[in-house]
Design a protein around this ligand. Structure first.
Ligand code: ADP
Ligand code: MG
Length: 764
């Protein structure tokens, strides 16, 4: 039996760490796959429980400096299954904050040392150009002894992770970006140390006054500062999940043995009666049994107005009771609540990999070894060719500078952060707007969509039609006709059926028993009353029956967008009613906005063609395909795809599931709190079509962010490495100072994370 588990990983620094962990796990017996996300610092492993276990897996990577984080047993007890995972996430956030605080204190001690080194270095350079007087011998001697001490502290205390990276490389042959920095700074330090220690012996060979302690100090200081800023921003990218987690209450007021008792949320079980006071948050999902109130559901549905709730209405966890008090019966607890599902979906989406990341991953995995080779090659070439033209002393000096600079500037850190940070921010921003995205791949696909297919009922229209007209064509009394119709429709779930049943109820028209009821897909239904078989449905159904019917009778109504419901026996038509649905206020604007994005909007409906065309014309839809049977919706989407279109389909998620699955991006319109989250790539809470526009804009925004990030991350390396290697030195005398390499490296990671965070602030 194989299981899939996701764990937080402690000790991860970069994309190359991700590669190392993935590789180690995949080599482990019993592991089928492992996927690391450097953005969320998690690993998703599929493994055979009979062959290995999480603790064994953790041990495998511990010697390389990483550990898996398990939620503690105490947390597990607080609530069921997945919930523990969420708490585990909180736990790791606390750890993250502690880690960031630790980084901060290191940065505070190292920055003054770096500033001092820059000052000393600057004086040296300026003195060479006669801008400042030469340092006095005493001062020089003093600094000569002070700098090594400072460098020792910086390298061995602040630079410890990089030393470990170097150690792991030498011991296990696994190199990550810490290895690069470790090797670079240790090389600078060791060289300086050797020349200072053996001054007399080496005097004839090299310039013993040229040391690189300042390089060690400044590079580590910059990188520590960069890592600190990066870690601080990275915490911010996960804000959305934290906000969702905060919607969850810790306790609930439950009626036990007639008394109100406050119990921890994990102890609430199905069927518990829960008291909600004004101003309180609703702890789990359920149905009101007593009392009424207005509930603010904006955090879950995105709809700002509080919704009236009375006995029999559904309430969901995380929403806020604004006015009255009520009692409700728990129906969904723990991981079953809508909120828990939303949190799970957002977490999973944030942890998933976008296809665009594959390239960056591939590059990072070969990057570190390649850079190591380039650095050693550069050093070798400097020594080989430099010595003959510049002399050994100059050659080793410049070669060392090149060696250190290459190792420092080439860290693929920014490359690893480029995609996941943008995805985390994008998915989180969506969640805040009521746009639930299933995975990164969906978010990526959405930005290319050029055709949007919408369902009429419930997507463009409100989906709650009302009966507006009755036409009796038989000898029956009007009420008898409606009674037969309503009796049949009561058995159906279609919105049209509700319209008819509601009308009968309001008119106090009684209904009778129906036998042999059967739905006729895309057309209507049939059933028997007192031995007579009746048919109810659209013109297509009547056509199939081959009974005489003058369709001109209904045309004046369908031309105004009304839908006919015709009642017939096998012999003749008995009459018809017309139902009318209202267009949603936001539909027209949404279609116009989609057009602005260059997207074609097609309406696909099982409804009457004339009625559908009329509704479409009101909102500006380009193309209408009417009288479509559910199975034909699928074929129609395939046809559009075959023409090279990238198709998104927005539907109700329940009836349209196969079509949603066929579309490149399936978008489920959740109405109110009634959502089928699993069924689609994207769920728009509150069923608001204008959110579709926002979702597409969000996708475009996120993809733009990712591409910018990748571009900048690559540019640093493409320009930086040859410059650092000294390729331009023979022509222009250009050689990158390792100090600038450190700055560029730190700046590139910080700029990538900041660029991703910008998505958060942008307007949709
Ligand atoms: P849609 O979701 O686009 O309405 P359906 O396949 O659900 O597509 O229905 C197609 C058409 O079949 C409806 O527009 C209506 O004319 C007819 N129909 C379906 N169910 C019923 C019903 N219960 N009563 C009357 N007509 C129905
Ligand atoms: Mg339908």
């Amino acid at each position: 039996m194989s299981t899939t588990k996701t764990y937080n990983v402690r000790g991860m620094h970069c994309a190359s760490c991700a590669g190392i962990i993935e590789k180690t796990f995949k080599k482990t017996d019993g592991v089928q796959s492992a996927e690391v996300n450097p953005g969320t610092e998690t690993v998703k492993v599929v493994f055979d429980e009979s062959k290995t276990n999480p603790h064994h897996l953790s041990q495998k990577i511990e010697k390389l400096g990483y550990t898996l984080v398990f939620p503690t047993a105490e947390e597990m007890k607080m609530s069921a299954e997945e919930h523990a995972g969420h708490l585990g996430l909180n736990q790791s956030k606390k750890e993250k904050l502690a880690e960031v605080a630790d980084m901060r204190s290191k940065v505070i001690t190292v920055i003054p040392l770096a500033v001092f080194s820059v000052f000393v270095m600057g004086w040296g350079i300026l003195a060479d150009y006669n801008v400042l007087p030469k340092m006095s011998d005493t001062l020089y001697e003093f600094l000569h002894h002070l700098l090594p001490l400072m460098a020792t502290y910086v390298l061995f205390v602040v630079g410890k992770p990089y030393l470990l990276g170097l150690y792991r490389f030498l011991r296990y042959g696994e190199a990550n970006m810490d290895t690069l920095i470790g090797l670079g700074t240790v090389a600078a330090f060791l060289y300086s140390f050797i020349v200072s220690a053996f001054e007399d012996v080496l005097k004839s060979l090299v310039d013993v006054h040229q040391t690189y302690y300042d390089v060690t100090i400044i590079v580590i200081a910059f990188i520590a500062l960069g890592k600190y800023l990066e870690a601080r921003s990275k915490i911010k990218t996960g804000d959305a999940i934290e906000k969702l987690l905060n919607l969850q209450t810790k306790t609930a007021l439950v009626i036990r043995e007639g008394k109100e008792v406050e119990v921890s949320i994990g102890e609430v079980v199905h069927g518990d009666l829960i008291v909600v006071k004004p101003g309180a948050k609703i702890p789990v999902d359920g149905v009101i049994t007593e009392g009424s109130s207005f509930v603010d559901e904006s955090m879950v549905t995105g709809e700002p107005m509080p919704v009236q709730k009375k006995t029999g209405d559904r309430v969901v966890a995380g929403t806020i009771n604004t006015s009255g008090a009520f009692v409700f019966k728990a129906t969904n607890v723990g991981s079953e609540t809508l909120l828990a599902q939303i949190i799970k979906m957002v977490e999973e989406a944030q942890g998933s990999k976008a296809p665009i990341q594959a390239l960056a991953d591939k590059i990072s995995s070969i990057f570190v070894p390649t850079v190591l080779i380039i650095a050693f090659l550069a050093l070798g070439i400097w020594l080989l060719f430099g010595t003959s033209t510049l002399g050994f002393s100059q050659a080793i000096s410049l070669g060392l500078v090149a060696f250190v600079s290459i190792l420092v500037i080439a860290c693929p850190c920014a490359l690893g952060l480029a995609t996941p940070t943008a995805i985390i921010v994008g998915v989180g921003k969506g969640a805040k707007e009521g746009i639930l995205i299933k995975d990164a791949a969906t978010l990526e696909k959405l930005h290319n969509v050029d055709t949007v297919i919408v369902d009429k009922t419930g997507t463009i229209t409100i989906g709650k039609p009302t009966l507006v007209y009755v036409q009796n064509l038989s000898n029956l009394k009007d009420d008898e006709l409606v009674s037969i119709l309503a009796s049949l429709e009561k058995k159906s779930e279609h919105p049209i059926a509700h319209a008819v049943a509601t009308y009968a109820e309001e008119k106090n028209i009684t209904t009778v028993d129906v036998e042999n009821f059967e739905g006729i897909q895309g057309k209507g239904l049939k059933g028997s009353i007192n031995g007579i078989e009746y048919y109810v449905g659209n013109a297509k159904l009547i056509n199939d029956l081959s009974v005489a019917f003058d369709t001109s009778k209904i045309e004046e109504f369908t031309a105004q967008g009304k839908t006919p419901v015709i009642l017939a026996t096998k012999e003749k038509v008995l009459g018809f009613v017309m139902v009318a649905d209202e267009i949603k206020a936001e539909s027209k604007q949404a279609v116009a906005d989609l057009h602005k994005l260059g997207i074609k909007v097609v309406m696909l409906t099982g409804d009457d063609e004339r009625a559908a065309k009329y509704m479409a014309s009101l909102v500006g839809i380009d193309e209408v395909i009417a009288h479509v049977l559910p199975q034909d919706k699928l074929a129609k989407i395939k046809e559009l795809q075959a023409q090279g279109n990238i198709v998104a389909m927005a539907g109700d998620g329940v009836n349209d599931a196969p079509a949603l699955a066929q579309a490149d991006v399936g978008i489920a319109m959740g109405t109110g709190t009634d959502v089928a989250i699993e069924s689609a790539g994207i769920t728009l809470l509150g069923g608001d079509i204008s959110k579709l526009v926002k979702a597409i804009k969000l996708s475009k925004m996120t993809m733009r962010g990712i591409k910018q990030n990748l571009f900048w991350a690559f540019i640093y390396n493409i320009v930086g490495i040859p410059l650092a290697a000294g390729v331009f030195y023979p022509f222009f005398g250009w050689l990158l100072n390792p100090v600038f390499a450190g700055f560029a490296m730190a700046f590139s990671s910080v700029s990538v994370v900041s660029n991703s965070l910008r998505i958060k602030a942008k307007k949709l």
